[in-house]
Design a protein around this ligand. Structure first.
Ligand code: OFO
Length: 163
């Protein structure tokens, strides 16, 4: 496979950082949901955090396979408070929308640089982002429908525990 060029190496390194930040952000959200007594949501977010780590590792492996140089950089500190359960999922959805934009920008760069293997690798991420936004959006809609009904929020939390 052809070596990945230096412009794309820098961009992929940046995306690895963003995926690790996503993992870190969801881990912080998971800890927060434990403190507001939504253990099922905390479990869901912890699984999400692990998925984000795997996304970072996919790009990491692509760089290794393409003879790229990995340059790990500092991970931003995530917040430690996220408000209500509705606000938690609003933030998950907003974050996923940002990551989708990042992936699309990276894909555009891979097109510009005529890097076909990276384009194919990123197609997996483009599909994944559709799923991620859909899932976060659906949970948010359910929370909006539930409103302040405590019993239904507890039921939703139990449902999220089954992930
Ligand atoms: Fe890596 O998909 Fe969410 O952020």
């Amino acid at each position: 496979m052809s070596k990945i060029n230096s412009t794309l190496q820098a961009a992929v390194n940046q995306q690895i950082n963003k995926e690790i930040y996503s993992s870190y952000l969801y881990l912080a959200m998971s800890a927060y949901c434990e403190t507001i007594n939504f253990p099922g949501t905390a479990h869901w977010l912890r699984a999400q955090s692990q998925e984000e780590w795997e996304h970072a590792m996919r790009l990491f492996q692509h760089m290794i396979d393409r003879d790229g140089t990995i340059k790990l950089s500092a991970i931003q500190e995530p917040p430690s408070e996220f408000g209500t359960l509705k606000e938690v999922f609003q933030k998950v959805l907003e974050h996923e929308q940002t990551i989708t934009r990042n992936i699309h920008e990276l894909y555009e760069l891979a097109l510009k640089e005529n890097d076909y293997p990276l384009q194919i690798e990123l197609q997996w991420f483009i599909n994944e982002q559709v799923e991620e936004e859909k899932t976060a959006g659906e949970i948010l809609e359910q929370i909006k429908m539930i409103g302040d009904h405590k019993g239904s929020l507890i039921m939703l939390d139990r449902h999220l525990a089954s992930r």
